[in-house]
Design a protein around this ligand. Structure first.
Ligand SMILES: *Cc1c(COP(=O)(O)O)cnc(C)c1O
Length: 228
């Protein structure tokens, strides 16, 4: 097993002064690796693939808080709606509506983060600020139509670069957009408070730029092999 418990303990120590949460990203990794982190006390795990998440959820303890962190297709929401705790990458009103529909069907409320496009790469998913405004306006006009979802914050992925100034600028931008969205739409509620930023390579910068949730995979579980 290639899991790295010393790295896990180091990350927890780094997060503590910020009060930030760790989502341990277990995609492509076996149930046994997740169970090992569970035994060490970890309860928040992140997955990217619906089928894989469904199988792992069935095999592991029920008090795990599952976070779906990848791009989610609307037609697959129904498979994870019975148990998923938080969906990180909501990037359209259509997806939010479908999450709401499936949550209501399951008599649940699912936490959602809106994905803001902050990277320079065209290929990364996420909304620009105008698209996010449009989504939030639709939500604000008819809150009762979204009783199954709770918008708890924003999520973003920085450019895949070694340029720390660039990464910092992108995380900073997310924090600023978070502040204006909070002031405009969530001023009177306390649940809108999350900034899901930071991965293995850039989480230290993300913490300095206001992360409340880091999503760390390879540092804890070892490199992923997609051709397994
Ligand atoms: C895979 C993934 C991560 C974790 O990436 P690492 O570099 O392995 O820490 C975080 N966030 C998202 C959205 C991912 O897809």
């Amino acid at each position: 097993m290639a899991i790295n418990l010393p790295a896990y303990n180091t990350v927890l120590k780094q997060l503590a002064p910020y009060g930030a949460k760790l989502v341990a990203v277990s995609k492509t990794k076996p149930v046994a690796d997740i169970a090992a982190f569970y035994a060490a006390g970890q309860r928040l795990f992140g997955e990217n693939y619906v089928q894989e998440l469904v199988e792992k959820q069935a095999a592991l303890p029920t008090d795990i808080e599952w976070h779906f962190i990848g791009h989610l297709q609307s037609n697959k929401v129904k498979y994870i709606a019975p148990f998923v705790h938080t969906i990180h990458a909501v990037d359209s009103i259509k997806l939010l509506q479908e999450i709401n529909k499936q949550a209501v069907k399951n008599k649940r409320v699912i936490n959602c983060l809106l994905q803001l496009h902050i990277a320079e790469e065209e290929t990364k998913f996420g909304m620009d600020t105008a698209e996010m405004q449009a989504l939030l306006q639709a939500w604000q006009q008819e809150p009762s139509a979204f009783a199954g979802v709770r918008i708890v914050g924003l999520m973003g992925m920085a450019t895949n670069t070694s340029d720390e100034i660039q990464i910092r600028k992108e995380f900073h931008q997310l924090h600023q957009v978070f502040g204006s969205v909070k002031a405009t739409y969530f001023d009177t509620v306390d649940y809108f408070k999350e900034r899901s930023i930071g991965m293995s390579a850039d989480y230290a910068i993300a913490l300095e730029e206001g992360s409340t949730m880091v999503r760390i995979g390879s540092l804890l579980f070892g490199e992923r092999n997609y051709n397994k």
